[in-house]
Design a protein around this ligand. Structure first.
Ligand SMILES: NC(=O)c1ccc[n+]([C@@H]2O[C@H](COP(=O)([O-])OP(=O)(O)OC[C@H]3O[C@@H](n4cnc5c(N)ncnc54)[C@H](OP(=O)(O)O)[C@@H]3O)[C@@H](O)[C@H]2O)c1
Length: 264
């Protein structure tokens, strides 16, 4: 009998990752939940297990800022015989504030989590996924990927990296069984920092806002339709279009003014 297949989701204990886990379960998928080793990871796993008794849910608490973490995740899957046909690289860390206001260790951790762990997981899981008849990867970037954002420079650069890497690799994988979808959400109220930012950024951010559930449902639907880049919401797509006709320096000034307000 063929092994069961799973969706492996990083950052699955909260926010968009948790919503992806719930939506995958609602669509009949077994889920492997990966996040920091905090009690809520087990709570989310247990809650899904009791709600969907015919499906399998397993969790691994691990810090993806640590270099060896992606290899440990693959080893865990191989030891347990978990076959992954949907990899959702969601865990990521945002911030805003003057570049020099944080120690360089903060940015090193942010880059390790947002970029290096995502590349490593993709690289390590691709051989397994390419051996399956059909498999998908969702890499979570951000609307920030489309702009240079003063006071949020490392974050926006890390998300540009995710967007660029995902698009090029998707082209490279044409003709294989694996497709890559890159998700670029605007504001998603998932944690107190994002909710405060939404409040401070005002109407534009509120109009762009989508719940984690809306983002997860929309993204999985678009992934199944073969969409390469997914931007949930009418307003974020409209702002992106308007952004292309605003001259670069004006755009930079607007973003600098917006994000200095939100700096902390
Ligand atoms: N929310 C937004 O407005 C928004 C907009 C655009 C893009 N995004 C992107 O969407 C993704 C998810 O964002 P979110 O707002 O849903 O985040 P969130 O609510 O802060 O949740 C982050 C998840 O990642 C886990 N995590 C954090 N650091 C980790 C680490 N070092 N190792 C392993 N797991 C770690 C967290 O575990 P704990 O709960 O234990 O900390 C949690 O499960 C991120 O890549 C983010 O950049 C978010």
């Amino acid at each position: 009998m063929a092994n069961k297949t799973y969706a492996l989701i990083t950052g699955a204990s909260n926010g968009i990752g948790k919503a992806f886990a719930e939506e995958c379960a609602a669509r009949g998928k077994n889920v492997l939940l990966v996040a920091l080793p905090e009690p809520k990871l087990e709570e989310v796993t247990n809650q899904l297990s009791s709600q969907y008794t015919d499906l399998s849910f397993h969790h691994l608490g691990i810090n993806l800022m640590e270099q060896g973490a992606p290899r440990q995740i693959l080893n865990w899957c191989q030891e347990k015989g978990y076959v992954v046909d949907l990899l959702i690289n969601n865990a990521g860390l945002g911030n805003s504030g003057p570049f020099v206001s944080r120690p360089s260790e903060f940015y090193e951790g942010q880059m390790q989590l947002n970029m290096v762990s995502l590349v490593s997981l993709t690289h390590l899981f691709l051989p397994m996924m390419m051996s399956l008849p059909k498999a998908n990867i969702i890499n979570v970037a951000s609307m920030a990927a489309f702009y240079d954002i003063p006071f949020k420079g490392i974050y926006s650069a890390s998300k540009k990296f995710v967007l660029s890497f995902s698009r090029s690799l998707n082209k490279e994988l044409e003709g294989s069984s694996v497709s890559i979808t890159v998700l670029c959400p605007a504001s998603v109220p998932t944690n107190p920092d994002v909710m405060l930012r939404e409040k401070e950024l005002g109407l534009m951010a509120r109009l762009s806002s989508r719940s984690p559930q809306q983002v997860a449902q929309y993204t999985l639907d678009k992934m199944l339709q073969g969409r390469q880049v997914v931007i949930p919401g009418f307003f974020p797509r409209l702002y992106k279009r308007i952004g292309t006709v605003v001259p670069y320096r004006a755009r930079l000034n607007i973003l600098a003014k917006q994000f200095i307000k939100n700096s902390k």
